[in-house]
Design a protein around this ligand. Structure first.
Ligand code: PPS
Length: 567
């Protein structure tokens, strides 16, 4: 199969028309696109989602959900929908044009709304993702992030979304087609990925290209991938490092701004169609392609070869040939990679799983050269230094006067004595003076106060520092939200300073309990306001009968045990 590299239709109008349309569109009702919708719109406009001409209409949507085809019969497995809030939907009627803006307010396109409907999300989840189970990232998105109303209709493209990163590595389908024409490449095999490439991937892609007598396109997704993946900035630097391991002029790297759904078989077929649109002739599909991980019962959502099966069934119609991904393993005696079914008898096979790789990175352990390229490992280590060099947050919680601030101060000094990372103390009183001076002690204000502390702590953690927080933080749900904010960047250590309310009142260091008892301070935690005792904090310290130094030392031991400070 050789590629037809003629240009593919785009949805953009000419430059002159775009300038005019942009001014006119300024008067239209406008929808601010979500990050996922921006990715979808880009591929709609540049032909990556050919033959779609806009966001799906109700009829096309139902047909795609049920049959993987538009109502005209075109093979299309993934609903591309413009979800909006009920409030916004009330302002739009079918027949109306709306402007589609990016997150800075730039108008990227207009859309003539032909359809407005409330989708059956449970049905969409079942049919497209295989189960209405929120453990699936796209089902979770569908129920908890996507708006409840869908708008459908044709799109008129004004301009591409702007990308400031890796501009030279981003290609539209027509730019790639032109590149292949220029290079005289007639057979090209695409490798889709959302992970860094190691030696096994380099071997298998090189083999796939050799077997198909084709050139190779490394076509990683840089739009949206699975939550928790290595960020695309790091990955692209890794891909660039691997590029010169291939024979020169055989391989090209291009970035695809796709928002993945992790929909396994349907996703694989969708990827194949997108690659066909980019001028590819062959497409590598692996075991568990675009797999979302485990469902809420701890089982796989899809069978390991379901994706290959579905693509194989439709490859002719799509016009792209599927290449099976060969599971490559390292054979020690031969110092070489082999497909797992070709390993010579009685030889030693070496492998490092994804989990093991993450462990070695976290603990700063050796990653052998047979497994990856030193340049790739260096990039990964730069982004994710070992735990003892990462930022983290220690979050004290407890009653007023429980000793949080005193222990937090002692901890700060001990950590500063050790050196290595900047330490910031976000004490309840300090925060209320500097960040939250306008707030009182209602539930709403306390939550806002804690979310602000959480935001600052997460930024400190992200940037490799240590944040020590010491607010009362009486509500468990708010503490959990802060934990989630921080944990996307580093460890979160909740320390419950478990001094009893009786003891705090007895100490009454600030004289506040007396005032609270007299009713002169309202909503006082533990007296006239609730406190949710942490159920499973990383550490609980008892201050009654233990001195401050010892309490701070218990935290230090915990940090050492977690690998956050060198022992
Ligand atoms: S919260 O709930 O986490 O937002 O509270 P926080 O910001 O940590 O509270 C800081 C200090 O405010 C004093 N204070 C009160 N505490 C509880 N309830 C009421 N109504 C109240 N009014 C004032 C109290 O001294 C807190 O200081 P700490 O550092 O906890 O002793």
């Amino acid at each position: 199969m050789a590629s037809n590299l003629a240009p593919i239709p785009e949805l953009y109008v000419s430059y002159e028309s775009a300038q005019k349309l942009k001014v006119e569109a300024g008067n239209l009702i406008s929808h601010d696109l979500t990050p996922r919708q921006i990715c979808d719109l880009e591929l709609l406009m540049n032909g990556g989602f050919n033959p779609l001409k806009g966001f799906l209409t109700e009829e096309d949507y139902n047909s795609v959900v049920e049959t993987m085809r538009t109502k005209d019969g075109a093979l299309w497995p993934m609903p591309i929908t413009l979800d909006v809030s009920e409030k916004f939907a009330e302002t739009v009627e079918p027949g109306q044009d709306i402007a589609l803006r990016d997150q800075e307010g730039v108008i990227l396109a207009t859309m003539t709304v032909t359809d407005k409907w409330v989708p059956n999300k449970a049905r969409e989840a079942e049919k497209v993702f295989g189960a209405d189970d929120s453990a699936h990232p796209a089902v979770n998105y569908l129920h908890n992030q996507a708006g409840n109303v869908y708008l459908g209709g044709p799109v008129t493209g004004i301009q591409q979304p702007v990308h400031y990163d890796f501009r030279a590595r981003r290609d539209t389908p027509n730019e790639l087609r032109a590149y292949f024409r220029k290079m005289g490449w007639r057979k090209i095999v695409a490798f889709q990925t959302r992970n860094p490439l190691h030696r096994a991937h380099q071997e298998l892609t090189f083999r796939a290209a050799k077997e198909a007598q084709a050139n190779l396109l490394i076509h990683p997704v840089v739009g949206m991938t699975k939550p928790g993946d290595v960020d695309h900035f790091t990955r692209v630097r890794c891909y660039e490092a691997v590029l010169d391991k291939y024979p020169s002029s055989t391989t090209h790297l291009s970035l695809l701004n796709l928002a993945m759904r992790m929909a396994g078989p349907r996703e694989a077929l969708w990827h194949a169609i997108i690659r066909k649109n980019h001028g590819l002739t062959h497409f590598i599909v692996g075991r568990d392609h675009a797999g979302p991980g485990n469902n809420s019962q701890g089982k796989d959502f899809y069978g390991p070869y379901d994706a290959q099966e579905l693509v194989r069934q439709h490859q002719e119609e799509v016009g792209i040939e599927m290449v099976d991904f060969k599971h490559m393993v390292y054979v020690q005696e031969k110092a070489q990679y082999y497909p797992i079914d070709e390993v010579p008898e009685n030889s030693t096979v070496l492998n490092i799983s994804g989990t093991e790789l993450r462990r070695r990175l976290a603990e700063g352990l050796e990653i052998p050269e047979w497994f990856s390229f030193p340049e790739v490992v260096k990039e990964l280590r730069r982004t994710k230094p070992p735990r003892a060099k990462q930022g983290f947050t220690v979050f004290f919680t407890g009653f007023s006067g429980s000793g949080k601030s005193t222990i937090a101060n002692a901890l700060m000094v001990k950590l500063m004595e050790m050196g290595g990372r900047p330490v910031t103390l976000l004490d309840g009183d300090i925060v209320r003076k500097n960040l939250s001076s306008e707030l009182g002690f209602s539930k709403e204000h306390r939550d806002l106060n804690i979310r602000r502390i959480g935001y600052v702590a997460s930024e400190i953690t992200k940037n490799g520092g240590i944040a020590i927080c010491a607010p009362i933080a009486p509500y468990a749900t708010t503490r959990r939200a802060v934990r989630e904010d921080v944990e996307s960047f580093g460890a979160f250590i909740e320390v419950h300073v478990a001094t009893s309310i009786e003891e705090c009142e007895k100490r009454d260091r600030k004289g506040l309990y007396k005032l609270a008892r007299e009713g002169k301070i309202k909503e006082f935690t533990g007296i006239s306001d609730p406190y949710d005792v942490p159920e499973s904090p990383e550490l609980r310290v008892e201050t009654e009968g233990t001195d401050v130094d010892n309490c701070a030392h218990q935290v230090i031991l915990k940090l050492e045990q977690m690998g956050l400070i060198a022992g």
